[in-house]
Ligand binder design. Structure first.
Ligand code: ZN
Ligand code: ZN
Length: 126
């Protein structure tokens, strides 16, 4: 049985770290966008685009490890409700906690090129 690896880690991602999330519309229609970008998921959170796209997100047999909320949404369900708060940086209302999606994406873009050391440490720990 195949288990798909979760999306790459980012301190600015809001999606659950132990699942592979379906990148809304991209996985389904266009193929994944640029790997390493922080993008919205089907379950209404933010996750990093993996190197290996999740193709055929609408096929009936998905590998293990895909976010159940994302699967539910691609099958016509509603994403989980996320409480709205105010972004501490720009003040916009957001469902992504203390920072809004735009501010998280900006910070992620700055952080991503510097992540190598951290990632090497993570992999050594596994
Ligand atoms: Zn998800
Ligand atoms: Zn913001």
């Amino acid at each position: 049985m195949t288990t798909i690896t979760p999306n790459p880690h980012s301190p600015y991602a809001t999606a659950t770290p132990d699942h592979r999330h379906i990148i809304d519309s991209f996985d389904r229609l266009l193929g994944a966008p640029k790997p390493g970008g922080l993008v919205p998921t089907a379950c209404n959170a933010l996750a990093v685009v993996p190197e290996e796209p999740l193709r055929n997100a609408l096929v009936r047999k998905l590998p293990d490890g895909v976010c159940p909320d994302c699967i539910a949404v691609t099958r016509g369900g509603q994403p989980p409700h996320r409480p709205t708060s105010q972004c501490k940086d720009c003040g916009s209302p957001t469902g992504h906690g203390d920072l809004c999606a735009v501010c998280r994406q900006e910070r992620h873009e700055e952080w991503w090129p510097t992540r190598c050391n951290e990632q090497a440490a993570d992999e050594a720990g596994e």
